[in-house]
Design a protein around this ligand. Structure first.
Ligand code: NAD
Length: 280
């Protein structure tokens, strides 16, 4: 009899998420009876205030763990007993594991971005990085870029308070990297090695480019995190400009790889998960 494992994803508007498919297929390959439920706040007419009850329910039903996504990643931090060190630095979790009566919160988004970056943009310079977007995902990817050895990261956000909050949150955790709030994007890109994009621009619901496309020159590498669609306007333009480009798919796969490890205690086959994701 295969080992039974039940997990789920809590978030809003997650009907098209590819994460359940990735987990269940890999679980099957690993000989598990792996069930991954979508717990969609929108579909159930619920809100973030229902999160405590939803987590209690999953725990009572014997789930091994949960993935947590927008708009619950920050609220979930207060609902676990322990945080991994990364989750503590990020104050945001996308994974909960249940251990008897205790719950541990993890953040696999930042590692997902870092692992995708190490594979897709190996060896690129990281002296000066420009990042657009300082929301929840922006905090995770800026942490990842600093962990990978960036010396300076200049943050731009349409809402300057969010850029400021990111800098104040991450600077104390990274002595070797200088975080700053960007003011002049043209000058910043002129001095930059690469660009990280972490705003929703380019998603099906927010089409377009997050910056003037003429600022993309072949000198820059470009790392995108939007992955609906995989080929965003930014990815297209950056390729046309001759940049080394990373799309957002790798981050989506690798956050799932790490969550799978946390839920199952097993090492998934990364290439197989990547291939499956690309076929979805
Ligand atoms: P969010 O709403 O929390 O933050 C987005 C931020 O971008 C906001 O602070 C907003 O002010 C800013 N912004 C919007 N347009 C801008 C522009 N043109 N220039 C500068 N700043 C701008 O969103 P989030 O949760 O951080 O997610 C951002 C994107 O990342 C989403 O599209 C999401 O799908 C994607 N994402 C991808 C992965 C992955 O695995 N690849 C994981 C998480 C999030």
């Amino acid at each position: 009899v295969p080992r039974q494992l039940r997990v789920g994803l809590i978030g809003a508007g997650i009907g098209r998420s590819l994460t359940p498919a990735m987990h269940m297929r890999e679980g099957e390959h690993c000989g598990l009876s792996y069930r991954y439920d979508l717990i969609d706040l929108d579909a159930r007419g619920l809100s973030v205030s229902d999160l405590p009850a939803l987590i209690d329910e999953a725990e009572a039903q014997g789930f091994a763990g949960l993935n947590i996504t927008h708009p619950c990643k920050q609220a979930a931090v207060a609902l676990v007993d322990e945080l991994s060190p990364d989750a503590q630095a990020l104050r945001s979790i996308n994974t909960i594991t249940f251990h008897g009566k205790s719950r541990i919160g993890h953040n696999t988004d930042w590692w997902g971005f870092a692992e995708s970056f190490r594979r897709g943009l190996a060896g690129v310079p990281l002296d000066h990085v420009v990042q657009l977007g300082a929301g929840g995902a922006g905090v995770a990817v800026a942490h990842a870029t600093a962990e990978m050895g960036a010396r300076s990261i200049e943050i731009f956000d349409l809402d300057p308070k969010r850029a400021q909050a990111l800098v104040e949150q991450l600077q104390p955790a990274h002595d070797a990297c200088r975080f700053s709030i960007g003011h002049d994007l043209v000058a910043a890109l002129d001095a930059a090695d690469g660009l990280v994009h972490a705003t929703p621009t380019g998603m099906d619901a927010h089409p377009g480019l997050p910056l003037d496309g003429r600022l993309l020159t072949e000198r820059l590498w470009v790392a995108e995190i939007v992955y609906f669609p995989i080929e965003t306007e930014l990815v297209k333009r950056a390729k046309q400009a001759g940049c080394r480009v990373l799309d957002g798919g790798g981050m989506a796969v690798f956050q799932a790889v790490k969550a799978f490890e946390l839920f199952t205690g097993m090492r998934p086959d990364v290439d197989r998960m990547m291939q499956h994701f690309n076929s979805l």
